[in-house]
Design a protein around this ligand. Structure first.
Ligand code: AMP
Ligand code: GLY
Length: 421
């Protein structure tokens, strides 16, 4: 099989690492990839939104399978663009990608299909006063969300009405998130525990992958600014069989039914962000892709051949496949640039990766300059390790991290701590 993977972060390195192990993999290309993906395939100098170049490569090289890592090209319609090409696309079409690309759309979808989610109302540019008036019906804190894609920064948890009012005005006017904020969702704050559920969906069949928890804040004890993710752990201790059965019945099945009824023909990864309140799994959001850094713990735990699952999707036999999961814990700790998620410098020399024999070091934001590795982003490397329990897995990653050096190296030592009882 010839595969083209779209993307160039830690998630894509983990996907490339996993797919390259498959006996079904004859050729693996990554566009644009990074120095980590280059260890498992051939990187192409093609951007994730350069649809004509992607299509040309797919057709000239008779690519059998196109796997899309990030949401942006999906929301922009990459799967639709390749409809006439003879390649099997793992990634939903533009209509279905709205489940991530528009929070207003996904909330209406959840409402329509009876999927538990926070009570909400949608407002658009020009409805500032109605939106502000709606605040009076709500308890504090209040959650204000930009409906469009905002790189994980479009959610504000407001402790005071004044703050919520300011957020509403800044968003609807386009000041804070441009067009992405000109439709907003105001919703009730849910207090509970978060968990990420991953499902491989093939129109009317699916396979549930390991669940994970990610750590979004920059600071230990979940403090400070939101980031793309500072670490992750899989499995999540409370996500036992009974819990997953409930998620299947209350969330996955109704979501599949809804997608079917809407004629979405959903094909690809579906990431369901849940907030568990008491016994109820509320959906915070859908993402139409794998999570990052969750992929860096989910893929290592997936024993089943990922390409065999993709192949089964093509044949419509996904539910006949057994999904085998490593029972051990996998955790990943992200190394980020000093200053991230605010301004940071790139181009710092990275040393010490080759000493990591007990762990997997996935590249997120790195580049190779004159055969030397340098930082090239806010999130630089994800160090994933196995353990019999969370502490052991995290400690193994932390030991590896001691040997990796670059100026400004920053990481959290408390990944998974809240899950250890
Ligand atoms: P989202 O992009 O919608 O998943 O929101 C990003 C993060 O904001 C989530 O991972 C939660 O930590 C938090 N969040 C979003 N919506 C709510 C809510 N209704 N109640 C409490 N926290 C929320
Ligand atoms: N780690 C959260 C995300 O990928 O959206």
């Amino acid at each position: 099989m010839k595969i083209l993977l779209i993307g160039g972060g830690g998630r894509e390195h983990a996907l490339a690492w996993k797919m390259a192990q498959s006996p079904l993999c004859d050729q693996l290309y990554i566009a644009p990839g990074n120095p980590g993906t280059a260890l498992h395939g051939t990187n192409l100098d093609i951007g994730v939104s350069d649809f004509p170049a992607i299509k040309q490569f797919v057709e000239e090289n008779t690519i059998d399978m196109l796997v899309v890592g990030p949401e942006q090209p999906l929301v922009e319609g990459l799967a639709d663009f390749l409809k006439e090409s003879e390649t099997f696309v793992i990634g939903p079409n533009q209509q279905a990608a709205q489940l991530e690309g528009s929070k207003a759309y996904s909330k209406a979808f959840m409402d329509k299909y009876g999927i538990p989610t926070a009570a909400y109302k949608e407002f658009q540019e020009g409805q500032e006063e109605e939106a502000v008036a709606y605040l009076d019906t709500m308890k504090l804190p209040i959650v204000v969300k930009a409906s469009g894609l905002a790189a994980g920064k479009g959610v504000l948890i407001c402790q005071e009405k004044k703050e919520a009012e300011q957020a509403i005005r800044d968003m609807l006017s386009g000041t804070s998130f441009g067009e992405a904020g000109q439709t907003i969702v105001i919703e009730e704050f849910l207090e509970g525990v978060e968990i990420s559920i991953f499902v491989l969906v093939n129109v009317d069949e699916c396979a549930v992958l390991p669940s994970a928890k990610d750590y979004k804040r920059i600071g230990e004890g979940d403090t400070g600014l939101n980031t793309g993710g500072m670490g992750a752990v899989s499995p999540v201790p409370f996500a036992n069989e009974a819990f997953m059965k409930k998620v299947d019945e209350q969330v996955i099945k109704p979501t599949m039914r809804g997608m079917w009824k809407e004629g979405m023909n959903y094909r690809g990864f579906l990431f369901i962000g849940l907030m568990v309140v008491g016994e109820v799994p509320y959906v915070l959001e859908y993402n139409v892709r794998m999570g990052d850094p969750e992929t860096e713990v989910v893929m290592p735990r997936l024993k089943t051949d990922l390409l065999a699952l993709f192949q089964a999707m093509k044949e419509g036999t996904l539910e006949e496949e057994e999904v085998e999961i490593d029972p051990r814990v996998c955790s990943t700790v992200m190394l980020v640039s000093g200053g991230y998620p605010q301004a940071y410098e790139k181009g710092k020399a990275i040393t010490g990766i080759d000493q990591s024999v007990h762990s997997l070091v996935f590249h997120a934001g790195t580049k190779m300059v004159n055969s030397k590795l340098q930082t090239n982003g806010g999130r630089v490397l994800a160090v994933s390790s196995f353990g019999e329990h969370i502490q052991e897995a995290v400690d193994t990653s932390l030991a590896v991290i001691e040997h990796i050096e670059f100026e400004g190296k920053t990481f959290r030592k408390d990944i998974g701590k809240d899950l250890i009882s």
